[in-house]
Design a protein. Sequence first.
Length: 131
Amino acid sequence: AIEWGMTEEEVREALAGRVGPITPVARFANSYAPIKGALTIEEYPFEVFPQFSLSTGELCQVLFRASDADADRLERMSEILTACYGRPVERGTKRTWRGPTAAVELDTVGVSSHEEQLWLRWYPIHETEGG
């Protein structure tokens, strides 16, 4: 299992055999993803990107990315998250569930003028408080 605040080395060790390197490393505003894996939730496949803080090098977010924004996949993920965390807060296409220590956002992201992906972001709540 992985936990917030783990280093890249600790996450690689915890997920040994289930992740591989990304070349070049994926860069985001405040984080980077040097590894990725794959995960199936029920019958729905996702790419999984553990992301690490640029400032601390610690695990700060996990992005689950589906290759499309299929309505069935979106609805099923929403049902699963609602069963775990209760009703989400909805803003536009984004739905956010808050647990005791982490939040999960489910949203569709346009990757081109005619293509969308389903993104699920999981991050610790303390990272977003006051932000």
